[in-house]
Design a protein. Structure first.
Length: 277
């Protein structure tokens, strides 16, 4: 098997990896659900490469993201649902349809006119989508209702924040931060009970409730949870880096260090930060 600039080679490689008899043991057992986290991760890595203006990494990460599309399409083809060709046809059809001012005759010759035309076409597509879903027996539609405008494709923290903001518009909200703190303590108690039960599904459910409540307190105190967590992530990297470099300077390794030793260095990193203001 040789590398190629032709997309058909990537499709062939994925088919070979998924071959039940001669494929890769890891690839063979994957499902849409198990691959989904990798798809999201690759999209974030594309974004990171763009933010760093690293074109070499961007090329590589776009390839990883394309692989995810091919992977999902291959699993769908095996199930008899659709193939990679169907994915390409669907998006090309959509782009041609949404740009009649480019690919057909249209009076939309200004940005505002193009936007109006785009919205009209999307509404038509939504109606067609609803018809297709009805034929397949899919009745639940998360795009319907008052919360339907909140995209499920958002990162979970952002989705939680926007759901809460949307619900607050009709008065479904806490009046002050303090009751939310009580709710957080309640959720912690329920998480403790779930941990005692050993029910992993229950633990996951209660953890989600706790995080949702924490997002809510962030909203009330005007602290964006995504940015707050990013700040904590940066802080964690910095403090853990202090542990690593200090150990290395003393001829020690992370693997050999005790938890107590690392905790002491962590506290030292915090003290340095306080001194630096």
């Amino acid at each position: 098997m040789e590398a190629s600039k032709d997309i058909s080679r990537l499709i062939e490689i994925m088919a070979a990896l998924r071959n039940p008899e001669t494929g890769c043991p890891w690839d063979i057992v994957q499902t849409f659900e198990t691959i989904k986290p990798y798809t999201i991760e690759e999209a974030y890595e594309v974004s990171d490469a763009i933010e760093r203006n690293d074109m070499d990494d961007l090329c590589d990460e776009l390839g990883d993201l394309l692989l995810q599309v091919v992977f999902h399409a291959r699993m769908a083809e095996e199930a008899g649902d659709f193939s990679f060709g169907d994915v390409v046809e669907a998006i090309t059809k959509k782009m041609i349809r949404r740009h009649p001012h480019v690919f057909a005759r249209s009076d939309a010759d200004t940005p505002d006119a193009v936007k109006i035309q785009w919205d009209e076409i999307k509404q038509a597509e939504k109606r067609e989508r609803a018809e297709r879903r009805a034929v397949r027996g899919i009745t639940e539609d998360f795009k319907a209702g008052f919360l339907g405008s909140v995209q499920r494709s958002f990162p979970a923290l952002t989705e939680a924040l926007k759901l809460q903001e949307r619900a607050a518009k009709v008065g479904f909200d806490w009046s002050a931060p303090e009751p939310i703190l009580d709710k957080i303590e309640e959720e912690i108690g329920e998480l403790r009970e779930a941990l005692k039960s050993g029910d992993q599904a229950k633990v996951s459910d209660e953890l989600g409730d706790l995080i949702f409540a924490v997002v809510n307190i962030g909203r009330h105190v005007k602290a964006d949870p995504e940015q707050s967590l990013r700040g904590t992530n940066t802080k964690f990297r910095r403090r853990f880096g202090h542990i690593e470099t200090t150990l290395a300077a003393e001829g020690e390794t992370l693997q050999a260090a005790t938890l107590e030793r690392m905790e002491d260095l962590w506290q030292a990193a915090k003290a340095i930060e306080r001194q630096l203001g």
